[in-house]
Design a protein around this ligand. Structure first.
Ligand SMILES: Cc1cc2nc3c(=O)[nH]c(=O)nc-3n(C[C@H](O)[C@H](O)[C@H](O)COP(=O)(O)OP(=O)(O)OC[C@H]3O[C@@H](n4cnc5c(N)ncnc54)[C@H](O)[C@@H]3O)c2cc1C
Length: 357
């Protein structure tokens, strides 16, 4: 019986690919018809090893993605510091064309024999002796029942299966990403991921292949009373207050494709159980300062597939081991995050920084 995976983002697709390597069939349900907008396009150098382990190296060679050769950071002191990756063990990172990358992962999964149901979601499931009967439906109201050996929640921050089980997700902060694109602003950012700490948060910018740039202001949403209509002007005013980033931008007023997205650190109270587990953002969401989300989603998929294989081979303790590994990884991430925020001490009266110290 196949494994049913709910969610066709990087975690879901990578889990299906990793299961195929173990000879386990998978069905992916992805609720959207077309790839929806998602922020998150910086893939750090250490992601290369995980992509390699999944056998997906060639995906990153596509022209749509390009090398990220350095991080330029203003954090903890007023001068920019550039860290080049060429001299490091893992080499360069990547700036991804995110929708294209997700399409590549989907195509790879299908190539490996995965059944991909686009526009379908899971309504519920009933356990039987040695399997689950999973009820799925699409936007036209068509319904099917799939017999599954195992269920995976890869539905991202929504964690829809876990929530249906009554599990809670604990959010540790209110970090929110105000994402925008800027016309023809990539020039000075070529190859760079740019980060600048400011009094109420921090900025992130990266170049796009077409010459535009992505800029995101990360702050706590509750610190600002900004209506949706006022966000473009507010964002523009905030950008003008940066010391360096506004100098990197040629036309800082022409924002387009603006999105406001939750970016808090959070953890699902239980990452796995009898015949199910969660993977990727469905388990934990990471502060984007770490650029950890995609790497954790795909690396977690490798662990998830190994745990599922072991469980289906008759080792029920594989689920407890999986939960333990996920919890430990999250604890390590938390101490790294606290260290990182503690480096920035220039605005000790700011609510944003006080909350993180
Ligand atoms: C502002 C911001 C910036 C970020 N920047 C970076 C970055 O630079 N680098 C990085 O590595 N990470 C970044 N991230 C995080 C990264 O985008 C996520 O960690 C990553 O998307 C996690 O992948 P996932 O597959 O777990 O979840 P998702 O990508 O969210 O995929 C979940 C999928 O499940 C589908 N789904 C949901 N519910 C259902 C359902 N009921 N049935 C079927 N399908 C369903 C959704 O449509 C979606 O396609 C950023 C995040 C934010 C918010």
């Amino acid at each position: 019986m196949p494994v049913v995976i709910v969610g066709g983002g990087p975690a879901g697709a990578a889990t299906a690919i990793a299961l195929a390597k173990h000879g386990i069939d998978a069905i992916v349900l992805e609720t959207t018809l077309l790839t929806a907008f998602k922020p998150g396009e910086t893939l750090p150098p250490n992601a290369g090893a995980i992509i390699g382990q999944l056998g997906l190296q060639e995906l990153l060679d596509a022209d749509e993605h390009h090398a990220c050769t350095n991080n330029t950071v203003i954090w903890g002191k007023p001068e920019p510091e550039t860290r080049y990756f060429f001299s490091e063990t893992n080499g360069n990172g990547w700036h991804l064309d995110r929708p294209f990358f997700e399409q590549q992962l989907k195509n790879k999964a299908i190539e490996k024999g995965v059944s991909w149901l686009q526009g379908w979601k899971c309504e519920g499931w009933t356990p039987y002796n040695n399997h689950l009967e999973v009820t799925v439906f699409n936007r036209d109201g068509d319904q099917r029942i799939i017999k599954a050996g195992f269920l995976v929640d890869a539905s991202g921050r929504a964690a829809t299966l876990a929530r249906k089980k009554g599990l809670k997700r604990n959010s540790l902060d209110k970090l929110t990403g105000y994402y925008a694109e800027l016309k023809n602003a990539a020039g000075k950012l070529k190859g760079t991921t740019f980060i600048e700490a400011v009094c109420e948060g921090w900025w992130y910018a990266s170049p796009m292949k077409n010459g535009d740039a992505i800029v995101t202001f990360m702050t706590d949403a509750d610190l600002h009373q900004t209506s949706s209509a006022a966000v473009p002007q507010w964002l523009s005013d905030q950008l003008k207050q940066t010391c360096f980033l506004n100098q990197y931008m040629d036309q800082p007023d022409q924002f387009f494709n603006i999105h406001v997205k939750p970016a808090s650190t959070s953890f699902l109270e239980k990452p796995s159980g009898d015949r199910w587990l969660a993977v990727g953002d469905a388990i934990c969401t990471y502060d984007p300062i770490t650029s950890h989300g995609l790497t954790a989603a795909m690396g977690g998929a490798i662990y998830a597939a190994t745990a599922i294989k072991s469980y289906l081979d008759g080792n029920p303790e594989a689920m407890a081991a999986y939960s333990y590994v996920q919890q430990e990884a999250f604890n390590n991430y938390l101490s790294m995050l606290q260290n990182h925020y503690s480096i920035e001490q220039r605005w000790n009266n700011s609510q944003f920084w006080k909350r993180r110290h």
